[in-house]
Design a protein. Sequence first.
Length: 351
Amino acid sequence: MTYITKPRLLADVQPRNAIGFTRRDYEGRVSTLCAGCGHDSISAAIVQAAWELDLEPHRLAKLSGIGCSSKTPDYFLGASHGFNSVHGRMPSVATGANLANRDLTYLGVSGDGDSASIGIGQFAHAMRRGVNLTYIVENNGVYGLTKGQFSATADKGSKSKKGVLNPDSPIDMVALALQLGASYVGRSFSGDKDQLVPLIKGALRHKGPAFIDVLSPCVTFNNHAGSTKSYDYVREHNEAVNRLEVILPRDAIEASYEPGSLRRVVQHDGSMLLLRKLGDDYDPTDRIGAMNHLHERAALGEIVTGLLYVDEGAEDLHRHLNTVETPLNQLGEAELCPGSQALDALNASLR
Ligand SMILES: Cc1ncc(C[n+]2csc(CCOP(=O)(O)OP(=O)(O)O)c2C)c(N)n1
Ligand code: SF4
Ligand SMILES: [Mg+2]
C-alpha cells in the first residue's frame, strides 16, 4: 500500500455533482501499480461511476481480498469505508457487513486468483445467497502480484510470458455467476470506459448480487502474443451485445435510439437501464438464453461483453432471511432482547 496523498491543486475548479463533490473527492491515494495496468482504468471507472451517481462517499463500503486488483480500493473512494481482507475471503466479510448494516452500498473488488482459485467457494455462496453488493473481478488470467502464474481463468492453450502453454480448462466467472443466481451480470474490458462506467453504475443501483467480470490486462506478465487476456487480443475478440445507459429517477430521458433497438429495464430503486441492442435478438432478462449465448460465442473464440443478464424482480439476502428494515447494528436492547416472558412463551409453543 502507498501512503502518498494526492495534491488538491485543481480540485476546486473541477465540476461538481448534485451533492457538491468533484471527481477528486471520489479518488484515493496515488496508485503503485505498474504503468498501463488495466486495474488502474477500472479504478478510474469506479470513481467516475460513483461521482455520476452522486453517491455520498461515507455511505459506501469497499472490500477486497489480496492481489494487485485487491490493492486498488486504496486508489479510489478514499473517504469511504474500507476492508482489505484475507486472500479469497472478501465475500464472507462483505456478507457479514451487509447483514449488520443493510443501508450502505457495498462494492467488492477482487482478482481472478482471489475469486476463481482460493476464493471460489466464497464467491459461489455470496452469489447464490443473494448478497446485495457489486462484485467486480479484475480478470487478467494471472496471479499478477506473485509474478504471473496462470490463474483459473486462463484459457486452455494460452501462452505464458515464458512460452509455457496452459493445459487446464478455464473457469468462466460470468457463466458461474449466471448459474449461481446472480441477478445482474455483465462483462467488460478495462480499455472500454464507455461500456464499463454505465455497467458499474447500473450494478451499484441494483438490489441483489451484481457481478461484473472486467478483462484487465496485466502489462507486466500477460500482455504478449499468445495470451488471450492481452490488450490486443481482447480488442480483437470483443463482441458487445448491448450498450447501456443508466437514468436516475430525477433525470430526463434524453437518449435517442432507433425504434426497436431499445430495451428498458426498471430497477428496484426506480433507476432505469436503457439498453441499446447491438446483437440480433439478445434478451438480457433471459438467464438460460444468456448462458447459451455465452457458450456459443465462446466456442467461436469471441469474448461477449455488455449487460448480459438482469433480473428486474430480484430479491436479496435480507429478503430471503426476512430481516427488519432497520439495520441490525442500529437495533437497541428492547428490540434485541424481548424479555424472559416472550422466551418462555416461545419455548412453550415448541413443546
Ligand atoms: C492464503 C494465501 N495464499 C496465497 C497468497 C499469495 N498470493 C497473493 S496474491 C495471489 C494471487 C493474486 O492473483 P489475483 O487475485 O488474480 O490478483 P492480481 O494480482 O492478478 O490482480 C496469491 C496467490 C496469499 N497472499 N495468501
Ligand atoms: S503485476 Fe500486472 S496486475 Fe500487478 S500491477 Fe503490474 S501490471 Fe497490474
Ligand atoms: Mg489476476
